[in-house]
Design a protein around this ligand. Sequence first.
Ligand code: GDP
Ligand code: MG
Length: 163
Amino acid sequence: PGFTVAIVGRPNVGKSTLFNRLLEQRKAIVDDFSGVTRDRQYGISDWNGKFFNVIDTGGFVSRSEDIFEKEIRKQVHIAIDEADIILFITDVTAGITDLDDDMAQLLRRSNKPVFLVVNKVDNAERQLDATEFYVLGFDPTFFLSSISGSGTGEVLDAITELI
Ligand code: GDP
Ligand code: MG
């Protein structure tokens, strides 16, 4: 129950870092799937007096391309099923990868609002690089540095506007 935001994206783009940022006002991890099969983490965040659940997907580790594809699909389906808003995370230092394109395609077909987050935008040069991601066509698109927290306020504002 309640409003739910799911974080999806390929490994290493900074999903868990952003998850922790979104929860930092209120460190209340309500559930933590433990063990090797753990594939998501749940937390509760609040901003502007509004509360919402956050899901960090994709805690998987996989070597095989095949399983990898399957896991990515699974993540997206978890997000589409369980979330009211999907945060689609990408990494400016990697540019747009084939997997980003695949995920973008799946996400565009969902009827959920998708916010594109270009992460690791730590400096002005990376701000320029990040504009490349507008080609994916998601509105809104945010440029973030999850590691410093810069830009997270705008994302939280946009989330709470939809609650
Ligand atoms: P996940 O696999 O998508 O959950 O990614 P993680 O949150 O584990 O982050 C992967 C790596 O990227 C870690 O070394 C993070 O410290 C780093 N990282 C995350 N966000 C940022 C950021 O905004 N800037 C930079 N430079 N590194 C980041
Ligand atoms: Mg992670």
